[in-house]
Design a protein around this ligand. Structure first.
Ligand SMILES: *Cc1c(COP(=O)(O)O)cnc(C)c1O
Length: 382
């Protein structure tokens, strides 16, 4: 007889956790909009929930699938990626030190600058392109958390997660990984030593540019996890049940979508590598990318759907390419089924450290030839 004990995350995702509604036989999980839950004659709760800021069956179904995808013990859903990030940093003790890459998602960086001003937390931003920078940045006994993005947004430098985990753990710190860009399809940071994985589920996990949500996943049910749960409850950083349900639905196709995005991205990167109108093509799947060898070891389902172009010239030429596109949509964000192109330093503002001629591309699931043709025409226009 068959059993479900060794089922792969791909199957768990496709079946939304193998949900069959016990009352109706429905194969799509129901949405539980109720904010409050009744008690029985003994004044005991009838189900597992009492009030939906703490827990709700729709969140629970989503969280169990998310934990399986990342190989963690448990997950929590949040109102956005930033809500998940700020809940994590709520649990970092005052008087300690945090390390994070110098180029990374700008919202996380802004938040770290903010807490270094408003709380007794010191932050060191290390150069993610320098393999020794993290080891130099940690302070054993003082550093409480190391935060990394394995693919550093938007240069896609690669951080070696096994090495980062060893450095963090030797210093007595927790390693938290923002896995938004790589996704569990390409990389599972917990298998490489991460303690906490974070997602802006707004991006590839949902995949349709129509839900804001975030996730934290833990390797262990420890006191930190209890504090993170409490932070979500007390800050109230929870999404609505409908968003949670949409996200669970989006995650059913995450493997198909991310695999196709990765294939398309590799085709585009290979086609434009060395192009006369480009100073560089940044994609970790290219053998000439400085992080390629590490990416090959730690990513095993493709190199992801994100790449960047350094356009010959400056900001004006780059923006002209973005606006000349007719298939790529000139917009921020990433991870949807439709391809997006953006002038990153405009979006990040005047203080941005991102090169002025950089265009960030989120590759969708369209026909790769349409995407290549569109970029060729746009580059020909400058
Ligand atoms: C978008 C993003 C975030 C923030 O997530 P929101 O859902 O927009 O709050 C964090 N990290 C990365 C890498 C992102 O792309």
């Amino acid at each position: 007889m068959s059993d479900r004990n060794n089922i792969s995350p791909r199957t768990i995702a496709a079946q939304a956790g193998h949900f069959i509604d016990p009352e109706t036989g429905g194969v799509s999980p129901p949405i539980h909009p109720s904010t409050t839950y009744a008690r029985d004659a003994d004044y005991e709760l009838i189900g597992a929930s009492s009030y939906s800021r703490t827990a709700n069956p729709t969140y629970a179904q989503l969280e169990s699938v998310a934990a399986t995808l990342e190989g963690g013990a448990a997950a929590l859903v949040f109102a956005s990626g930033m809500a998940a990030i700020t809940a994590f940093f709520e649990t970092v003790p005052s008087g300690t030190h945090v390390c994070a890459p110098h180029i990374m998602y700008h919202g996380t960086q802004d938040w770290l600058r903010r807490i270094s001003e408003t709380r007794k937390i010191e932050v060191t931003f290390f150069d993610a392109g320098d393999p020794n920078a993290l080891a130099d940045a940690v302070r054993p006994g003082e550093t409480s958390a190391v935060w990394v993005e394995p693919l550093v947004n938007p240069t896609w430098d690669i951080i070696d997660i096994v090495k980062a985990a060893t450095i963090a753990h030797d210093a007595g710190a927790v390693l938290a990984v923002d896995n938004t860009v790589a996704t569990p399809v390409c990389m599972r940071p917990m298998e490489l030593g991460a303690d906490i994985v974070m997602h802006s589920a707004t991006k590839f996990l949902n995949g349709h540019s129509d839900v804001m949500a975030g996730l934290l996943i833990t390797r262990e049910m420890d006191t930190r996890w209890e504090e993170i749960k409490r932070a979500r409850l007390l800050i109230g950083a929870i999404c609505g049940p409908f968003e949670a349900w949409l996200l669970l639905r989006g995650m059913r196709t995450v493997y198909l979508r991310v695999e196709r995005s990765s294939e398309n991205a590799l085709k585009i990167a290979s086609h434009f590598d060395g192009h006369a109108k480009l100073d560089a093509m940044l994609y970790p799947g290219l053998p000439g990318h400085p992080g390629h060898d590490i990416a090959r070891v730690q990513m095993n389902g493709g190199f992801g759907g994100m790449l960047s172009l350094l356009v010959s010239g400056g900001a004006d030429e780059a923006k002209r390419v973005a606006t000349a596109c007719r298939v790529f949509v000139p917009a921020t964000s990433l991870g949807g089924v439709e391809s997006l192109i953006e002038h990153r330093s405009t979006v990040e503002g005047p203080e941005s450290a991102v090169p002025k001629n950089l265009l960030r591309v989120s590759v969708g699931i369209e026909d790769a030839d349409d995407l290549i043709g569109d970029l060729e025409s746009a580059l020909a226009a400058i």
